[in-house]
Design a binder for this molecule. Structure first.
Ligand code: PMP
Length: 419
């Protein structure tokens, strides 16, 4: 039998991870054995500053959140042992949905097991003849929703409302004429973007995208607020609040795994849309419900997000400071000052060497390689949390200073153009 007939042959032939381990430049699946409140920990036997966590508001180790998770666990056990639809809905899920909808000023909300699943559920809105327009930098879960849905999908250039307008114009509406002749969309149109982009750390041009979509009414705008709900806006309602665009967003998706110190996802929007997702979203219907501890923790975190705006202010001040420190050293940290701090490197191998150099210097960061970013755009992704202190930022900056002088002296010379 030819080797290619063996479905497992590709696994044997795929040597990238093995080679990286052998070269001591393998940055993934490094086990954390001790966590000191989120800002420091022991990773793979080494005490490090953790600059790789999305726990932006430092709630995952907040005693109130931990206690609420524990209380839910003791009361309801470890698992819901089934889907929300059947046996897996707790009163706790419903309470979280009610409080979340009120927080986001939306008529209704649906809690899912992960943010990835919340995004996948969007697929049920996309029928044959519909068109989905995705920002080029959209998260993998949004792309997978597009692939799963029956609609045609196209990607507009990152944050480029003119390109969105071009695709909307080319697709037309309501005529049903053949593909290739322009106006081929028979059904509806929906655009999806992230509020704060998970890798670039930049904000979506929500007002611009919304204005473009308004010209193609009734095109819908969906915003994935995974990284910005809880973090941005005076009240923490995210990028849409910060940018004054809440009235233009038709549906919100998000996660509890970042600003809410837990795990789980959500969708929030019009009552009938949420009810449809509740009954038609396959990732909702056919997967076990978010477990009690996660829901209890998310509920407590939501209360803190609402009550303690100073956490947002603190992490934003710290992240601006880290951007400044790294830029002074000559590193390219993109165009924003957000707690998602991309350090653009470009070349994959240089990025892996830099990651290892940082780790050896006591900083645990994320190495982001394609396909999470386009080829040639490898980056170190740092994230700042409210648990960091100025001292932690200094350790991170010192680690980069050493790297600039030794391990990857050419990295800055080969920076790609910013998106
Ligand atoms: N959307 C975005 C933009 C994300 O960054 C992520 C997580 N990386 C998700 C959705 C998925 O969230 P979760 O971790 O809850 O599955």
């Amino acid at each position: 039998m030819a080797d290619s007939a063996d479905i497992f042959a590709k696994c044997r032939d795929w040597t990238a991870a093995r080679e990286a381990r052998a070269a001591r430049t393998y940055p993934y699946y490094r086990p954390l054995t001790e966590s000191g409140g989120g800002a420091e920990g022991v990773v793979d036997g080494r005490r490090v500053v953790i600059a790789a966590s999305n726990d932006y508001l430092a709630l995952a180790s907040d005693p109130r959140v931990v206690e609420a998770g524990g209380a839910a666990l003791r009361r309801f056990g470890t698992s819901c042992s089934g889907s929300r639809l059947l046996n897996g809905t707790l009163a706790l899920h419903e309470r979280l949905e009610g409080e979340l909808a009120a927080f986001l000023r939306q008529p209704a909300a649906l809690v899912t097991t992960t943010g990835f699943q919340a995004n996948l559920a969007l697929a049920c809105l996309l029928g044959r003849g519909d068109l989905l327009l995705l920002d080029q930098h959209s998260h993998a879960s949004l792309l997978d929703a597009a692939r799963l849905g029956q609609a045609r999908h196209l990607r507009f250039r990152h944050n480029d409302r003119a390109d969105l307008a071009r695709l909307l114009g080319a697709s037309g509406t309501g005529t049903g004429s053949a593909a290739g002749t322009g106006a081929w969309v028979r059904g509806g149109r929906m655009a999806v973007t992230e509020g704060l982009f998970s890798m670039g750390g930049d904000l979506a041009d929500l007002p611009g995208l919304a204005a473009t979509l308004a010209e193609a009414a009734p095109a819908r705008l969906v915003v994935d607020g995974a990284h910005d709900i809880g973090l941005l806006g005076e009240h923490g309602r995210g990028a849409a609040e910060l940018l004054g665009a809440e009235g233009s967003v038709d549906l919100i998706t998000g996660t509890f795994s970042k600003c809410f110190g837990s795990v789980g996802g959500f969708l929030a929007g019009p009552e009938e849309v949420i009810d449809y997702l509740r009954h038609r979203g396959r990732s909702v219907l056919f997967s076990a419900a978010a477990p009690p501890a996660a829901v209890g923790a998310a509920l407590a975190a939501l209360g803190i997000v609402r009550a303690e705006p100073e956490r947002r202010r603190r992490v934003l001040a710290l992240s601006a400071c880290l951007h400044r420190l790294l830029r002074e050293l000559g590193w390219d940290t993109g165009s924003s000052l957000m707690p998602v701090v991309p350090v653009h490197v470009g070349d994959d191998a240089a990025c892996l060497r830099l990651w290892q150099g940082l780790f050896d210097a006591g900083v645990f960061a994320n190495a982001i390689l394609p396909p999470a970013v386009p080829p040639g755009r490898a980056m170190i992704r740092l994230s700042v949390t409210a648990a960091h202190t100025e001292r932690h930022l200094a350790v991170i900056a010192d680690a980069f200073a050493t790297q600039a002088r030794t391990a990857v002296p050419r990295a800055r010379a080969s920076l790609p153009a910013l998106p």
